[in-house]
Design a protein around this ligand. Structure first.
Ligand SMILES: [Zn+2]
Length: 117
């Protein structure tokens, strides 16, 4: 009885991976499905313009409201200083060129832009 057991710690054979090629740096550019919307910035003028509302994405024609600006007030003050304060200082408030036009969306009522001439 030879009892000298060879203590063959029978290790499981080391799994030798086949020389697989390393995972390639896949440089495939996935076609992105997201659309890049290159919208021409609509130049706002004193008149209503057709525009896609940035807020509600509706294709709308803007509503234009006159609004007073610093320029309006400056003109009024200037006219008042010049002595035309018997009503003339109100002229800037009626003159289109002294007012800014505020474009709003008729659908969601959000302000789209201001035309300041
Ligand atoms: Zn809108």
């Amino acid at each position: 009885m030879d009892s000298h057991k060879t203590n063959m710690m029978s290790q499981p054979p080391a799994y030798i991976a086949p020389m697989a090629p390393p995972p390639q740096q896949l440089q495939h550019f996935q076609p992105t499905t997201q659309q890049i919307i290159l919208e021409q910035p609509t130049v706002l003028g004193p008149d209503p313009v057709g525009i896609t509302c940035p807020n509600c994405r509706s294709r709308v024609v803007t509503l234009v409201d006159d609004m007073t600006t610093m320029k309006t007030h400056s003109f009024a003050v200037l006219l008042a200083v010049l002595g035309c304060f018997c009503g003339c200082c109100c002229i800037p408030y009626c003159t289109k060129s002294c007012l800014a036009q505020k474009h709003t969306c008729p659908v969601c009522r959000s302000m789209i832009g201001i035309y300041n001439n």
